[in-house]
Design a protein around this ligand. Structure first.
Ligand code: GTB
Length: 216
């Protein structure tokens, strides 16, 4: 059965691949699993039918038969468990890759999201400018640690894994902030991820939603 995911009908980024359906699409493309996409409006995301799938009224979700999942990290993990290629076979290496999956969404991504919230949700607050350096420094602290650990390795822990999908995608939210320029090995790591054919296919698929909509 072909799984169905949900994605923004109109993404605020206009298809730059920053919304979290991108990481799920990328995982599908890596393992060669076809998928369907149901586009949802901001209004529909908060209605009962979608809330039944995603209690917080967000995208992405994943449906396959009776199984309904939410949380992009959990969905990518599910895909990685069901298909070869995104998690190592060796039990210890697999456990380490899973640690890195959690690190991406629970340790590295949160300070990055703080910056997004400050920029796009709190930019009009009187304290916004004052808070900005503090938030950026929190990001730098995490990136310095990540950069030190990655060193000149290609991927987080040996072969490319689902953890790299989540980490690269989390870091991509910093594009345009200038912060990534301070970490050449992280910039190169992101570029390696983006150079993967599966990334490109996923990117093109999510972009097509918006280019088709604007021309049609
Ligand atoms: N922890 C959840 C997960 O990983 O699945 C978070 C899901 C989430 O934040 N979804 C966002 C959403 O549905 C879309 S991805 N937001 C609507 C809402 O909460 O009402 C976040 C996102 C949105 C837009 C951009 N952009 O335009 O650049 C980038 C990322």
């Amino acid at each position: 059965m072909t799984p169905t995911i949900t994605a923004f009908e109109r993404s605020p980024d206009g298809g730059k691949g920053l919304a979290r359906d991108m990481r799920v699409r990328w995982a599908f493309e890596e393992v060669g699993q076809p998928y369907d996409v149901r586009l949802v409006s901001f209004k529909a995301m908060k209605e009962p039918a979608h809330l039944a799938r995603q209690p917080f009224g967000q995208i992405p979700t994943y449906e396959e038969g009776d199984l309904v999942l939410f949380e992009s990290g959990a969905i990518v993990f599910h895909i990685a468990e069901r298909h070869a290629g995104l998690l190592p076979d060796d039990a210890n290496a697999r456990a380490r890759a899973i640690s890195w999956m959690f690190a991406a969404v629970a340790t590295v991504e949160p300070p990055i999201l703080e910056l997004q919230t400050l920029r796009f949700g709190e930019g009009d607050k009187p304290w916004s400018e004052q808070r900005l350096p503090l938030v950026k420094d929190r990001i730098r602290a995490r990136l310095s640690e990540l950069s030190a650990r990655l060193g000149d390795a290609d991927w987080l822990d040996g072969a490319f894994s689902a953890a790299d999908i989540l980490m690269v995608h989390a870091l991509l939210r910093l594009s345009g902030s200038g912060i990534l320029d301070e970490y050449p090995n992280l910039s190169a790591y992101i570029a390696r991820g983006q150079a993967r054919p599966a990334y490109k296919r996923a990117f093109d698929a999510q972009l097509a939603v918006f280019t088709d909509a604007s021309t049609g």
